[in-house]
Ligand binder design. Structure first.
Ligand code: PMV
Length: 327
């Protein structure tokens, strides 16, 4: 069997353009990957240790612990490693380095990108990878922390582009006639996706008929957005952002700072703005003409807020392998 000595993979960050939270209840959502990546480097270290170095801290496990613990793991990265080891029927000492070009806990899909890129890098040591399998394992691993997640983040991080996604029925690609800029503004407030999913569920449980009304509205917004995105109708996209945000705010998953930033964006001349991802902080996205976006980017910087003028990344998961050896 040929085993690669090392492998490198990367998976993109994402923004949810429409339909977050409602997607957990079977509704569609629309996501776009953006040109910021999670990079994972893996190399065989000829020990019985798995050593993980990441921006968030370092950890070390024995290979046997990982191989035996598939059922009981609490760390999604360990789950990714053990899924590969048990499927490939191989276990090896590894050095894994994870580094991110985008912040964690800002609604940009860091945990999904991390699970996708880590599973892919390790699996690619043992042969050709199957993106569908990588994505399934990443979803399972992410569910350790996010429990009832829809899987949308892992799907966009694996396949890239802009997609219309529903849990259970997969995704369709949306192709733009012309690309347009979206400003992604970080509130700096780190959220817990799991906590926000639970908060949204409480809103649902306590307001079932209103919730069902919102489900219908959110679905309609997603369906109207397909044409607006394809044809680059920025004014309509902005209107739909505002409508979508209204639903999420009423469901209690926005945040005071998110709403303040949205008001500031609207006063600055954007067509529309909304929270993106789980909410409770995280990031805000805004759509506007290029000039407005650039001015807003500068003025937000002066106010102490990081923002990214995002472009869609069509690539999804990328793998590079070198140095084959025979074992
Ligand atoms: O974790 P985030 O902030 O990227 O958002 C997850 C998106 C949700 O719709 C809130 C949950 C899900 O599983 O789809």
């Amino acid at each position: 069997m040929i085993i690669n000595v090392k492998a490198k993979s990367s998976a993109p960050a994402k923004i949810i353009l429409f339909g977050e939270h409602f997607v957990v209840y079977g509704n569609p959502c629309i996501l776009s990957s953006i040109k910021k990546r999670m990079q994972v480097n893996v190399s065989i270290n000829n020990t019985d240790k798995i050593r993980i170095l990441s921006d968030l801290g370092n950890s070390e496990y024995s290979v046997n612990d990982i191989f035996l613990s598939n059922e009981f793991v609490t760390d999604p990265i360990v789950k990714c490693i053990s899924s590969v080891f048990s499927t490939r029927k191989k276990s090896l000492g590894l050095d894994i380095t994870i580094s991110s070009e985008f912040p964690v806990g800002m609604g940009l899909g860091s945990s999904a990108a991390c699970c996708v890129a880590t599973t892919a890098a390790i699996d690619s040591l043992f042969g050709e990878i199957k993106p569908e399998w990588i994505c399934e394992q990443a979803i399972e691993a992410e569910r350790i922390i996010h429990k009832n997640s829809s899987g949308a983040d892992c799907v966009i991080s694996t396949y890239g582009g802009i997609i219309y996604y529903s849990k259970g029925s997969g995704f369709d690609r949306i192709y733009l006639k012309q690309s347009f800029p979206i400003l992604v503004i970080e509130t700096g407030i780190i959220h817990s996706t799991r906590f926000m999913i639970e908060k949204f569920k409480r809103f649902r449980d306590n307001n079932l008929s209103l919730f069902n009304e919102f489900l219908l509205k959110s679905r309609l917004i997603c369906n109207q957005a397909i044409e607006a995105l394809t044809l680059g109708k920025l004014c309509e996209i902005g209107y739909l952002f505002n409508e979508n945000h209204g639903l999420l705010k009423e469901a209690g998953v926005s945040h005071m700072l998110v709403d303040k930033l949205i008001s500031y964006c609207l006063k600055s001349g954007v067509y529309g703005a909304k929270m993106t991802g789980a909410g409770g902080g995280g990031s805000v996205i805004a759509v506007a003409d290029q000039l407005v976006i650039e001015q807003l980017h500068k003025s937000l910087y002066q106010m102490g807020f990081n923002s990214i003028i995002s472009e869609c990344d069509l690539n999804g998961l990328l793998i590079t392998n070198d140095s084959n050896i025979l074992r």
